[in-house]
Structure formats: structure tokens, C-alpha cells
Design a protein around this ligand. Structure first.
Ligand code: UDP
Length: 147
């Protein structure tokens, strides 16, 4: 079993896409184990995007991520890091396949609606910025016997 970290970016919230996006994970059988609605602080944002510090898009990205509230999510399933990134689609919405979240709803690279961790190490690092271990809920999905 694997866990990953997701953020619905401020434009996903402002566009009323919280339900639409979470539905796509739920309908695949992916279990939500952590969920928070919050306005990111500068410190949280800098920690999250620490690997991108110094890149040309960094300032714009950080400002955008703090422009409104976000939804932070931790999900659990087998091979969930790869599965979530598959459902999310390519970073550039122009290259994101039809049927993916970015391929259906996003227009620009910065405002690509959603963040999803790309490795076990990053998932652990990123979720720890927003969730403490007791925030993550253990339970069984009704469908869990099937997967
Ligand atoms: N980003 C950007 N311009 C770029 C590359 C990335 O604005 O040229 C933003 C984009 O919002 C992306 C985030 O930086 O989601 C993190 O980049 P990463 O390469 O990790 O993409 P992701 O894992 O989100 O697909």
C-alpha cells in the first residue's frame, strides 16, 4: 500500500472543481485518508516548492499558490503515486491527454489546477508539511475487498 499527496490549487477551488476532481480519485477506488481546506502560508509554500527554488517560474508559482484557499489531500492505494499522476495528466495542459484532469479542465502550466507528488520521498516530505500522523485516518472502504 502506498500513499501520495495532492493539492487542489487555488483556481480549482475558485472554479468550483473540488467535487469534480475528488470524484475522479474516489471512482477509481482510491482512498482519501487526509483532507484539509486551508490558505497556504509563505512558509508552507516555500517548503512545498523548495526543489523549484531559483527556477524562472518559481515566484509566479508561489504567488499563485497563495492567491486563495487550497484543498490538501492524502490518498492511499497500491501504486497510487503513479496512478494519481496518470489521472492528473502532464504538467503542461497542452500535452495532457484527453480524459485527464489537466487535459479536460486546465489551460496554462502555472494554473494547471492540481499538484501531485512524483515519488515516495517527495510524497512523505510534502504531506508532512500539511499533515501530522494523527491527521491521517485509518479505515476500510466498502470496495476495498475488490482491489
Ligand atoms: N511550472 C510552471 N512552469 C514550468 C514548469 C512548472 O509554472 O515551466 C509549475 C506548474 O504549476 C507545476 C509546478 O510548477 O505544476 C511544479 O512543477 P513540476 O515539474 O513538479 O510539475 P508537476 O509535478 O506539478 O506536474
Amino acid at each position: 500500500m502506498e500513499r501520495t499527496f495532492i493539492i487542489l490549487k487555488p483556481n480549482a477551488v475558485r472554479r468550483g472543481l473540488i467535487g469534480e476532481i475528488l470524484k475522479r480519485f474516489e471512482q477509481r477506488g482510491i482512498k482519501i485518508v487526509g483532507l484539509k481546506f486551508l490558505w497556504m502560508t509563505q512558509e508552507q509554500c516555500e517548503k512545498l516548492y523548495e526543489p523549484h527554488k531559483g527556477k524562472p517560474f518559481y515566484e509566479e508559482l508561489v504567488n499563485f499558490m497563495m492567491s486563495g484557499p487550497v484543498v490538501a489531500v492524502v490518498v492511499e492505494a497500491p501504486r497510487v503515486i503513479e496512478m494519481v499522476r496518470h489521472i492528473v495528466g502532464a504538467t503542461d495542459p497542452l500535452k495532457a491527454e484527453a480524459g485527464t484532469i489537466r487535459g479536460e479542465f486546465a489551460l496554462t502550466v502555472t494554473k494547471n489546477l492540481i499538484h501531485a507528488s512524483d515519488s515516495v520521498e517527495n510524497a512523505e516530505r510534502e504531506m508532512s508539511i500539511f499533515f501530522s500522523p494523527e491527521d491521517l485516518i485509518e479505515y476500510k472502504l466498502d470496495i476495498q475487498d475488490d482491489i
